[in-house]
Design a binder for this molecule. Structure first.
Ligand code: HEM
Length: 526
């Protein structure tokens, strides 16, 4: 039959009794399919724990998550704990049934006491499958275990002496820039990008043996941009597509993650080329890539490990220092600046040079240790940690959690739990942790089997950078046209609501040298 004849023939068939019947059955079938799909979850409702009411078809509770209500997921989880009257409840994230835990006691029960059961990560289809080896996002396979071990080794204390020669001059460079560019306190300055440069420099060195200053800035900016574009999607509930299977049937144009991954891979290639050229020229470079043989990792695993570290390092540590400064420079923080400087000098018998030299090498000032712990507790940079998936069934009291269920820790709430931290949990108390040597003072780094492998090095970097900044400067909040004031609220310090990692709001502050003559001497080192 020729094609012009086909159209009327098709019309005839469709409008015939049989045709209409088939059409009606298809419509009914489609409606039933959609009705089932709208409420389908990967696990049945769990008996014994409340479910948050008002789930929507297909997306479940996602309508309130992912920053859609201008609140981060942790804040919404706390509201649901109040609404359900329970610190543990279940929700639907698209088709993924998930259990949310909101208290220190329950975090301990699951994340610590059942650490090895909560060792997997939930799958995020449409994201993770675009990335290759990804330490933070993947289930704990043998491969990920090997990569995690290599990362732990690179970040472990025995390796730190190798990094002093990197961070010490970088931090001197930081102080020098703040002094000169901030015109000794005359000009307000945003310290964030300087901090990020110090941390990224270290991360680049320990992974690809390269340094920020060694490659041109535009290259680095694009590299960080691609890294951030990927971090923005990780475990975020902003994209319905990752949790609603039907949406993934709709073809997608070039996925943002794929674009970012290509840029990221191109940058890694340049770093690798430069590393290989330096090795060929006889340079002895000690970094994760050159330790490939020692750690028995394949090239793909090595890159996956390095990228995972580069991915996680710069903004988290920089934010820790930045938000400590935010609090210290406000009127509430000013007296603490003076107290910390006094405590530093006392710890080093009044020898300011010695204190300066030892900043990265030991944590000798309990008030400063307490200050950084309190910052990380009070301002929870990963408000809902990173979700986990169980590898075994769990029976807890009368509740049964099947193997494979997603467990979410509301870290922001756990870090402010009055039952554990006391009635002043919502206050910032710099000396809160003095005399408290608990290995888990807060859950800013998560807890248990997949706790951040960079806890100790991150703590030390924050400690040392704050120590050097306070020895060098009196840091002042400033008011004036166009000047941004710091936000020190424990929840609203960040306006990044749709991502896994919060970012402090940007602010300007003034850095006034405590002793300009001394500062000139110590910054003459670089
Ligand atoms: C203040 C700084 C930091 C904070 C607050 C932080 C927070 C976190 C959190 C909450 C997790 C999830 C833990 C869990 O599931 O229990 C995590 C995992 C991770 N972090 Fe960090 N982090 C920081 C710095 C860093 C740095 C500097 C690096 C790399 C050099 C890093 C690398 C990683 C990696 C690779 C993972 C995934 C571990 C795994 O899944 O096995 N983090 N971090």
């Amino acid at each position: 039959m020729s094609s012009p004849d086909m159209v009327p023939e098709l019309q005839r068939v469709l409008l015939s009794k049989e045709g209409l019947g088939v059409f009606a059955v298809s419509v009914v079938g489609l409606v039933i399919f959609l009705a089932v799909e709208a409420y389908k979850t990967n696990f049945q409702k769990i008996a014994g724990i409340p479910e948050v009411p008002n789930a929507s078809p297909f997306i479940g509770h996602m309508g309130s998550l992912g920053g859609r209500l201008d609140k981060n997921d942790g804040t919404i989880y706390s509201e649901w704990a109040t609404e359900t009257g329970s610190d543990i409840y279940q929700i639907r994230v698209g088709n993924q049934r998930s259990v949310v835990v909101n208290s220190w006691a329950l975090m301990k029960e699951f994340w610590i006491n059942r650490s090895n059961t909560l060792i997997d990560r939930p799958h995020q289809p449409g994201f993770l499958d675009k990335l290759g080896v990804d330490l933070t996002g993947m289930p704990m396979t043998d491969q990920i275990r090997r990569c995690r071990q290599a990362a732990m080794k690179a970040l472990g204390k025995p390796m730190w002496p190798k990094y002093y020669h990197l961070v010490e001059p970088s931090s001197v460079g930081l102080v020098k820039s703040l002094y000169t560019k901030g015109q000794n306190g005359e000009k307000p300055i945003d310290v964030y990008y300087y901090l990020r440069q110090v941390v990224f420099d270290l991360a680049l060195s320990l992974t690809y043996g390269s340094r920020y200053g060694a490659v041109d800035d535009e290259f680095m900016k694009n590299f960080i941009k691609s890294i951030n574009a990927i971090s923005a999607v990780r475990s975020s509930t902003a994209n319905f597509r990752h949790y609603v299977p039907l949406l993934r049937l709709i073809p997608e144009r070039m996925n943002e993650t794929v674009k970012a991954e290509r840029t990221r891979a191109a940058h890694v290639e340049v770093l690798m080329k430069s590393l290989n050229e330096r090795i060929a020229a006889g340079e002895d470079i000690d970094c994760i890539v050159t330790s490939l043989d020692d750690d028995k990792l394949s090239e793909e695993e090595i890159h996956g490990t390095c990228i995972s570290l580069l991915q996680a390092a710069p903004d988290t540590v920089a934010s820790g220092v930045y938000q400590t400064i935010a609090w210290l420079c406000t009127p509430s923080g000013q007296p603490t600046q003076a107290k910390v400087v006094k405590a530093i000098l006392e710890a080093y018998g009044g020898d300011r040079d010695l204190a300066w030299r030892m900043a990265f090498r030991e944590e000798k000032v309990p008030l400063l240790v307490s200050l950084y712990k309190e910052t990380l507790r009070y301002y929870t940079f990963a408000p809902f940690a990173t979700p986990r998936r169980t590898v075994k069934d769990i029976q807890y009291k009368d509740m049964f959690f099947p193997k494979g269920i997603t467990m979410i820790m509301n870290a922001q709430q756990v870090n402010h739990d009055p039952e554990f931290f006391g009635a002043d949990a919502m206050e910032f108390k710099p000396a809160r942790f003095v005399g408290n040597d608990s290995p888990l003072p807060h859950v800013a780094f998560g807890s248990g089997s997949r706790i951040c492998p960079a806890v100790a090095i991150s703590n030390r970097l924050i400690y040392a950078l704050v120590m050097r900044l306070l020895l060098a400067f009196e840091i002042k909040e400033i008011d004036g046209p166009g000047v941004r004031r710091p936000n020190i609220d424990p929840i609203h310090f960040s306006d990044v609501y749709n991502q896994l990692v919060a970012h402090p709001r940007f602010f300007d502050s003034c850095f006034v040298a405590r002793d300009p003559a001394w500062l000139e001497i110590i910054t003459s080192e670089v």
